[in-house]
Ligand binder design. Structure first.
Ligand SMILES: [Zn+2]
Length: 332
């Protein structure tokens, strides 16, 4: 057992044991070749957040140095066995390439929409595999060689719009989510992660298999290895002359400059803007932090009056100021 697994601080009621399977070295090698595109990864928490009751994904860190721990074969082994669950990032930042494209759908008509996408992909000669998930389904496309994130996203977005499948925006409306979510990663960024296939979801302690093979690691990996892979030539041909649909092309967001009197507290000095939404910028609420605000959009900062800000789930100004290390001084 690793150090992380012994890091229990709070007592929690005993939970059911996950279904554990034997894992071969070949299973790990196959999985690595198919899905691991970069060494950074996340791990799903074994316990729900006491506040939201969700099972968040967090980056494992070395306890002493606080550096992120890179993915290794043992972490993949434990994921496939069922002892832990990892999340994988789509984009390799040095090349901006992806080994896979995953489509996540967890709304009412998810199954119908993914079926439509799968059929439309097949028309293009692209095989996609469906995997059940806790609330909906995932559709995976595997690449013959790492392919550009930008083209992958442009292809799926245009294909979805062509057949009327909604794409989720700003984490709000219903629709599919496509991984890679970014066209490219800025230096030091990770993009969005996806639960690694064939793992056990920590909330349900269930393993979600691909539909088209028997429920065993050997059978599932054999399916994944044999499925027809998307090639660079295909993707390039499908996206020739295409751009990201305009409504999804994200504007580059630079905060407006303002220097009221030089001494005033400026919240925009302490947060990174993730979105622009009507008259506000959105950013991660410093008081909520990554655990409670994983999509980094709880904090709204007025664009016109950037000294006005609020957390949508209710952190007070005092909490936010304290969280960035600039507590509000009490007036005496
Ligand atoms: Zn907050």
């Amino acid at each position: 057992m690793s150090q992380e697994a012994t890091q229990t601080i709070l007592w929690t009621p005993p939970r059911e044991k996950p279904p554990v399977l034997p894992v071969t070295d070949q299973n790990i090698t196959d999985y690595w070749n198919l899905f691991v595109n970069r060494r950074a990864y996340t791990r799903q928490s074994d316990r729900p957040s006491p506040k939201t009751h969700k099972f968040y994904y967090y980056p494992p860190r070395d306890r002493r140095t606080q550096e992120r721990v890179p993915l290794d074969r043992d972490a993949v082994r434990r994921h496939l066995a069922g002892w832990q669950t990892i999340g994988l990032y789509a984009i390799q930042p040095e090349t901006q390439l992806c080994k896979w494209i995953a489509i996540d759908a967890d709304y009412d008509h998810a199954h119908h929409d993914l079926k439509g996408l799968k059929d439309e992909l097949r028309e293009d000669g692209v095989e996609a595999l469906e995997e059940s998930s806790r609330r909906g389904e995932h559709l995976w496309i595997l690449c013959a060689e790492p392919l550009p994130a930008r083209e992958s996203k442009i292809y799926i977005y245009n294909l979805a719009l062509r057949i009327g499948v909604p794409i989720r925006r700003n984490g709000e409306s219903e629709g599919i989510e496509v991984f890679p979510r970014q066209e490219e990663l800025a230096p030091g960024k990770f993009g969005n992660q996806m639960r690694g296939p064939l793992g056990v979801h920590r909330a349900t302690l269930r393993r979600y298999w691909f539909y088209d093979a028997a429920p065993s690691l050997d059978e599932q990996l054999a399916l994944l290895k044999s499925v027809k892979k998307l090639t660079a030539e295909q993707l390039h041909r499908f996206t020739d002359g295409m751009t990201l649909p305009e409504e999804f092309a994200r504007p580059q967001i630079e905060p407006v400059a303002y220097t009221p009197n030089g001494r005033e507290f400026r919240i925009l000095d302490y947060v990174t803007i993730t979105e622009k939404e009507s008259s506000d910028y959105r950013a991660r609420c410093p008081s909520c932090g990554p655990e409670r605000d994983p999509k980094a959009r709880h904090l709204a900062v007025s664009i016109a009056e950037p000294w006005k800000y609020r957390c949508w789930i209710g952190c007070t100004k005092e909490m936010i100021r304290a969280a960035v290390g600039r507590p509000i001084r009490e007036r005496t």
